[in-house]
Design a protein. Structure first.
Length: 93
């Protein structure tokens, strides 16, 4: 069975999404657009620092602060998640 990675799947679905309406119904086009949007969340994006004074790590998609202050062994540290807990965007650190 042939498998595509996320970037290849987005490319293929984009081609189907751009097909002539004679060959693709509106349901197929809508399904392709939804799949492309969902797959883009799986592609890791580098964090930014736009939310608060360029100090806190920020999700590149929704601009909310990612990471939480947690106490671990008596020290305060920032938990580094792999995904934004607001929008689901995969985070690349």
């Amino acid at each position: 069975m042939y498998r595509l990675n996320e970037e290849e799947a987005i490319e293929v679905l984009s081609r189907v999404n751009n097909m002539d309406v004679v060959y693709a119904t509106h349901d197929i086009i809508a399904a392709c657009q939804t799949a492309i949007k969902a797959l883009k969340y799986r592609l890791p994006e580098k964090i930014t620092h736009e939310a608060t004074l360029a100090v806190c790590p920020t999700c590149p998609r929704c601009k909310n602060v990612v990471g939480e202050k947690v106490e671990l062994f008596g020290k305060i540290t920032i938990a580094i998640p792999n995904y934004c807990h607001f929008c689901g965007q995969r985070i690349k650190w």
